[in-house]
Design a protein around this ligand. Structure first.
Ligand SMILES: Nc1ncnc2c1ncn2[C@@H]1O[C@H](COP(=O)(O)OP(=O)(O)OP(=O)(O)O)[C@@H](O)[C@H]1O
Ligand SMILES: [Mg+2]
Length: 221
């Protein structure tokens, strides 16, 4: 029997009269890379915000990692990582300071935090840049740091909202290698994208249009 990290049933999110997501049903198998493909404004980010518990759905049922969302969102917070669409780390802090700050938010003890930061800097090829201020870094480097930050606390489930929109093709490929590594380690990943080639790399794919899921299945190769 397939175990699911996310089960969402007939979920609606209205802003006033406008339904940004309209009756979507979604099952994300544990350990899979699940892609969300769709044009601007179709509701990808809104869906992620509802699944993480940041937005309350207007209707429908949401179960994430066995927790009822939004009621149990607070318990979910420590089990998930969320890389937002816009870069959301501190430009004025160094690479290392950003990771330290995130680790503290997640309540990691100092000794563990130091070890984990070194591990992350190595995994994401940032150990030479640990003292560098983030403001001056390239798009690709910032995205790698964002992924390092989102995975500091080893979340079971990772939400990535257009993680490679500011990244060139070479760095995008490398970024996806990192996602496959995380997936191999058992992390479930929900990732939104505009790129067909990225969509094809997902284990499962949902195609969204005007707040609805038009198709859902394994990408055809
Ligand atoms: N807080 C809000 N209040 C009102 N309307 C909103 C709000 N958030 C999103 N919307 C609307 O809901 C729709 C879906 O937005 P959403 O950001 O989820 O799309 P998206 O698929 O992530 O788009 P993009 O690819 O541009 O990131 C859009 O029409 C947007 O204007
Ligand atoms: Mg979006």
């Amino acid at each position: 029997m397939t175990e699911y990290a996310i089960r969402a049933e007939n979920v609606v999110k209205r802003f006033g009269d406008f339904a940004a997501i309209n009756n979507i049903t979604l099952n994300v198998p544990k350990g899979s890379i699940y892609g969300f493909l769709g044009p601007n404004g179709c509701g990808k980010s809104t869906t992620i915000r509802v699944l993480t518990g940041l937005l309350h759905p207007s209707d429908g049922k949401v179960d994430v990692l066995g927790l009822e969302i939004p009621r149990q969102s607070e318990l979910l917070r420590l089990k998930i990582g969320y890389m937002t669409q816009k870069f959301s780390l501190y430009d004025d802090l160094s690479v290392e300071e950003n990771l330290e700050f995130i680790g503290q938010i997640f309540g990691m003890p100092r000794s563990e935090l130091k070890v984990r930061i070194n591990e992350q800097l190595k995994t994401y090829g940032l150990d030479q840049r640990r003292k560098q201020r983030v403001g001056g870094m390239s798009g690709g480097q910032k995205q790698r740091l964002s992924l390092a930050a989102a995975t500091m606390h080893k979340p079971e489930l990772l939400f990535l909202d257009e993680p490679t929109s500011a990244v060139d093709p070479e760095n995008r490929r490398e970024f996806w290698e990192q996602l496959f590594d995380l997936s191999d380690q058992g992390t479930t990943i929900l990732v939104t994208t505009h790129y067909m080639d990225e969509a094809e790399r997902c284990h499962r794919l949902a195609i969204m249009e005007s707040g609805e899921i038009r198709a859902d299945g394994e990408p055809e190769t």
